[in-house]
Design a protein around this ligand. Structure first.
Ligand SMILES: [Zn+2]
Length: 228
């Protein structure tokens, strides 16, 4: 497969010209479809129903998630998944708690169409809705067999887990898989200037603090990922 670069607007989720609709409201990068189909078929052969919980997410959608948390409309959690008391933390602490769980708009890997949150709806207990929490995916959780199967099979189709463990940046996300043949190149295209230029032109809450902290955020939350 030949690597094709992305435009700044594609990389930051502001256009959808790199995508195709894989399933209703589930958009993937055109060049991911083939191998994701292969992975899905392999899963099916082993009795799993591999579904997409989330694939492409636009800049606007990520901005909405970000601003709702920053403003307190949606609670920000600490590392133990307990809502933080906004009156007891500094602006800077709030920012870093948020970044543990949510990507900066313009810097979400979900903008690329290469990154997919997966689950198996047939393994959900009756009446239980998907939470995308570690307790569902790790040992003892109802998706733990799927997690093990993914660990042994995603590489064959070009996928890996950038959030395989908590490395002091983004939280562990066993459900998040990424298509390496494209995503590795896309990450190297996403530089500090592109992120700051994009943020400057939008109403992002916490903007001045974000811009001030951007070199740290870039290292600790964007580049600091598992390599396998
Ligand atoms: Zn994800």
């Amino acid at each position: 497969m030949t690597f094709i670069g992305m435009t700044p607007e594609q990389l930051t989720g502001q256009v959808q010209t790199h995508l195709v609709e894989f399933a209703p409201n589930r958009l993937l990068h055109k060049q991911v479809v083939n191998d994701f189909n292969g992975l899905q078929q392999a899963a099916k052969n082993q009795g799993f129903t591999l579904h997409i919980a989330s694939a492409f997410r636009s800049f606007e959608r990520q901005l909405n998630i970000w601003n709702n948390k920053y403003s307190g409309v949606v609670p920000i959690l600490d590392k133990n998944e307990v809502a933080i008391d906004m009156t007891k933390v500094t602006e800077q602490e709030k920012l870093y708690h948020l970044l543990h769980w949510s990507a900066l708009p313009s810097a979400s890997r979900h903008h690329w169409g290469t990154d997919i949150d997966v689950y198996d709806p047939t393994l959900l207990p009756k009446g239980q809705s998907l939470q995308l929490q570690k307790s569902e995916y790790l040992t003892g959780g109802y998706f733990s067999e799927l997690t093990d199967w993914l660990s042994h099979n995603i590489h064959q189709y070009g996928f890996y887990r950038p959030y395989k463990q908590d490395q002091g940046g983004v939280a562990q996300e066993p459900w998040h898989i990424s298509y390496a043949p494209l995503a590795v190149g896309f990450l190297s295209q996403l530089d500090l200037d592109l992120i700051s230029d994009t943020l400057i032109n939008h109403s992002v809450l916490g903007k001045s603090l974000i811009l001030q902290e951007l070199p740290t955020i870039y290292e600790q939350y964007i580049c600091n990922i598992s390599q396998d």
